[in-house]
Design a protein around this ligand. Structure first.
Ligand SMILES: [Zn+2]
Length: 309
């Protein structure tokens, strides 16, 4: 692929803007088997703890990756399969319902339009509509947009958020698992702030760079440190600073930890009764375990709600 080139060297933190950044670790990435592995350097901010690729892949390269999917789909997928997966591991549907509910509660504007940036399979748009919002959805990935269409009946705007030219303001903006994908997240948040109505809410979800998974697995971790699709690795502090320096007041933060019940048995290669036992154990133990990780700030995902002043 001719587009696989690096972007600009960064001199300040992508979240808080501080210049106290330094090299943390390297991580290799192999997009297609047989091609040369590309190496990326992860930098870390001494002020807010946020990490980021430096240099990141350039814009064209990222665009080429997201053209089909923002979540590593290598072929199209049917809505039925997505719904089967949700039934086995309720995930997007639960997150979408919760985030739409909180956003609506916190939205004090009278604007009943919502923007779903990076709409993926369309569960957030669906939840926003069920909460009474008219929606605009943006997503570059063709495979996901087909599922979106089968779920919601219409199509999202097939583009990156950078290309979107808004015509009206919104009461709610949702960015779930998006900010970690964007070069210049500060510019994206400034744009979000400019198109939110006063009193309107940004609901934002990102993987947590300070999660117990990253602490345990280091660069072998792939939920947050998924290179090079994810170019930013936020901490709660960094995400808050990013929003607040763009005029958005953080009013609610929560952490989410969810582990697929077969994660342990798969990792250990268990089968039969041993696998069933491990799965039951994970199902049972993950609720108190997740609660404890979230309370310690070590949860897997961060959800933040911020109001435009
Ligand atoms: Zn920082």
């Amino acid at each position: 692929m001719t587009t696989e080139t690096y972007g600009d060297v960064l001199h300040e933190c992508v979240a808080c803007g501080a210049q106290k950044i330094s090299y943390w670790r390297r991580k290799s990435f192999q997009y297609t088997v047989g091609e040369n592995a590309k190496e990326f350097h992860i930098y870390r901010c001494a002020c807010c703890g946020t990490g980021f690729l430096n240099q990141p892949p350039d814009r064209q390269w990222l665009k080429a990756i997201y053209q089909y999917s923002g979540q590593a789909l290598t072929e199209s997928i049917a809505l039925k399969n997505v719904l089967d997966r949700e039934r086995a591991f309720p995930n997007c549907t639960v997150d979408a319902e919760r985030m739409a509910r909180h956003a609506k509660q916190l939205d004090t504007s009278t604007n009943r339009r919502a923007l779903d940036i990076g709409s993926g399979f369309g569960f957030y748009t669906q939840a926003l509509r069920m909460s009474g919002y008219q929606t605009v959805s943006i997503n570059p990935g063709q495979y996901e947009n087909q599922v979106f269409k089968d779920l919601n009946g219409d199509e999202p705007l097939t583009m990156m958020f950078e290309q979107y030219q808004p015509e009206q303001a919104f009461g709610v903006v949702v960015m779930s698992q998006v900010l970690e994908h964007l070069l210049e997240p500060d510019r994206a948040i400034a744009k979000v702030a400019s198109l939110l109505e006063s009193g309107g809410v940004l609901a934002c979800a990102v993987p947590n760079y300070a999660s117990f998974l990253v602490k345990l697995l280091g660069t072998k971790e792939n939920a947050c440190l998924w290179v090079p699709e994810h170019v930013n690795y936020f901490t709660e502090q960094g995400l808050k600073r990013l929003l607040e320096r763009n005029g958005l007041q953080v009013v609610k933060t929560e952490q989410i930890t969810r582990i697929q019940f077969n994660a342990l048995s798969r990792r250990l290669g268990l089968t039969g009764r041993a696998a069933a036992f491990a799965d039951a154990l994970v199902k049972l133990a993950q609720i108190p375990f997740g609660r404890m990780m979230n309370a310690l700030g070590l949860g897997i995902y961060i959800n933040v709600y911020a109001v435009k002043r």
